[in-house]
Design a protein around this ligand. Structure first.
Ligand code: AMP
Length: 187
């Protein structure tokens, strides 16, 4: 079963994706984590994207699309993917459709964790202290939120007619969100 966890920065996508990874024995595909790893390893891609990431801007679709491709066609991950932070643009959503159909896969469930701006700011400020992410300062958070509203939120229109599209109140407690998702999945 392939799942997309969708929502603004700070919605708890990563937390829920990690829970599902364990529960379903699936694989979390977090483009943010993949990109941070490229930076940490100081790869050619890492050097190209570091400034975008630190400023809270999107990394180029071509780079992100190329990084997810091998995960989608990896035999051990087929039909076991949990997308966290991808797709974030309409172009990426279209690319995902192509990559999935090329490998005879589809998206089975889409969960939209809906959270308001005030909660996001509070949560990310907390995460900044815990995880020390360089893109979690207040100005960058606000920029990331604007980018989400302008560019990523419209991707929802692309998916909202999907038969297994579910909007969940992302302002609930972590375990309440987990229960809700598991109840819908029937696991
Ligand atoms: P995240 O860990 O999902 O919050 O992502 C952190 C940062 O990585 C984002 O603010 C972007 O700079 C970059 N990023 C992650 N996923 C994508 C994506 N699908 N497309 C473009 N940039 C991305």
């Amino acid at each position: 079963m392939n799942i997309i966890i969708f929502g603004p920065p700070g919605a708890g996508k990563g937390t829920q994706a990690k829970n599902l990874e364990i529960k379903l024995n699936n694989f979390q595909l977090s483009t943010g984590e993949i990109l941070r790893y490229e930076i940490k390893k100081n790869t050619e891609i890492g050097k190209k994207i570091i400034n975008y990431m630190n400023e809270g801007k999107f990394v180029d679709d071509v780079i992100v699309n190329s990084l997810i491709k091998k995960n989608i066609s990896d035999p051990k991950k087929i039909n076991k993917l949990i997308f966290d932070g991808y797709p974030r643009t309409i172009e990426q959503a279209k690319n995902l459709d192509i990559l999935l159909s090329d490998t005879n896969q589809k998206i089975d469930f889409i969960f939209f964790l809906n959270v308001n701006k005030e909660i996001i700011i509070k949560r990310i400020e907390k995460r900044r202290i815990l995880e020390k992410r360089s893109d979690d300062d207040l100005n960058t958070i606000l920029r990331r939120y604007e980018t989400y509203m302008d560019t990523t939120r419209p991707v929802l229109d692309y998916y909202s007619s999907h038969e297994n599209y579910h909007e969940i109140d992302g302002g609930m407690k972590i375990n309440q969100i987990t229960s809700k998702i598991e109840q819908i999945l029937g696991v």
